[in-house]
Design a protein around this ligand. Sequence first.
Ligand SMILES: *Cc1c(COP(=O)(O)O)cnc(C)c1O
Length: 406
Amino acid sequence: MKPMGPIPPGFAAQTGALTIGGQDAAALVAAHGSPLFVYDAALVAAQVARFRAAMPAGVDLHYAIKANPLPALLARVAPLVDGLDVASAGELARALAVKPGAAISFAGPGKRDDELAAAIAAGATINLESAGEAQRALAAGERLGIVPRLAVRVNPDLELRGSGMKMGGRASPFGIDAEHAAAVVRTVIAAGADWRGFHIFAGSQALDAAAVIETQAATLALAARLAEEAGAVPLLVNLGGGFGVPYFAGDVALDVAAVGAALGDALAGRGAVLRDSRFAIELGRWLVAEAGVYLTRVVDVKHSRGETFVVVDGGLHHHLAASGNFGTVVRRNYPLAVAARIGAAAEGAVSVVGCLCTPLDRLGDRVALPPVEVGEVIAIFLAGAYGATASPAAFLGHPAPAEIVV
Ligand SMILES: *Cc1c(COP(=O)(O)O)cnc(C)c1O
C-alpha cells in the first residue's frame, strides 16, 4: 500500500457521494460524458478571497493562465483578479477576451515577432527575457507606430528554497541576468518605450512559508537595487509567486497568512526608490489546482498475480501530472477516491491505471480504495491546474476530455 496526497479542503469534509459545486459527480459524468474535468468556480473565488485577506494593501493579484486557460474558467476568474499573465499569443487572445490589454502581461522565452506585435497592439506589457528580445520589441513598436509597454524580467541571483521547480539563481532561458538588467532598463527608456517595471519570478510550488518570505524580501531588495542602478522608478514590481499546493502525502498547505504578514513588514521597510511602486503576485496553481476534479469511469477491474487493477477510460493523455510524468522525480499518488463512496473504508490496495498502452499510465499506485465496480466513477483531485492543457492529448488517439465549470 502506498499513501495518497490529502483530499483538498474544499472536498475533504465530504462523505458518501462526491459533489462538486453542489452537483453529484456521477450525475455530471452521466450528463457530460467521461472522462470529465470539473472546475468549481466558488472554490477559486474562495482562494482569491483568502489571498486578499492575507496580503497587505498595494499588492495586486495576477492569474498565470497557463495553469488553466479554459475560456469558461477565465471568464469567472478575470473579474476577481487585477491582471492576467500569459505566455503565448494564443494565451494572449484568450486573456483579451476577458480583460483589457493594459491588465495583461506577457512573459516567456522565444516570443516571435508576430507575438510581440500582437502584445504591443493590445497594449499589454511584455516582460522582456533578453537584450535581444528588447531590441525586437522596440523594433515591433516602431513598425506599428505604438509605444510599447515593456518590463524587464530579471533572472535573479537568488532562488526560491524548497520550490518544486527552480527558475532563478543560475544560468537561465528566463529573464535577464540581474547584473545586466539595469542596462536594459536604461536602453528601453532611452529608446522611448513605456517602461513598466520589473518581473522577478524565483520558483514554483513552494509550501514552506519561511522560504517564500525570504525570497520575497530578497526580491524586493533586488528590485530596489536595480531601480537605483537604472535610475528609474518602476510602476510595478511583479514579485513572482510560487505558492504551492499539497499534492502528496506529508505535504502541508502554505501558510499564506504568514506570507502576507511578512510581506507587509517587508513593504513597510522597502527602499525609497520603490515608494510609489505597485506590487503584484502572480499565481497559477494556488488559485485553481484544488478547485478541479478529474472524473473517469471504470472500464475494467482485473486481477493479475495478486494485484487488482482498476482500469479507467481516462489517463495520462488528460492528466499527465497525476501519473507522475510532469516534472516529478519520484512518482507519488495524487489524492483519489471512488466518487460514490468518499470516505468509505478501504478494502486493500488497488492500482488505478489509465487506458493507454504504456506502463507510464498509472493514476494511482497501490492505493487504499473501497471496492469499485465497472461503470463507477473514480475522482482524481487537484486537477484544476496543469491538467488538460499540460497533457499529451493526441497520444494514442483518444478523444479530448470534456471540461466544465460549475
Ligand atoms: C508558470 C508560471 C507561473 C505560474 O506558476 P504556478 O506554479 O502555477 O503558480 C507564474 N509565473 C511565471 C513566470 C510562470 O512561468
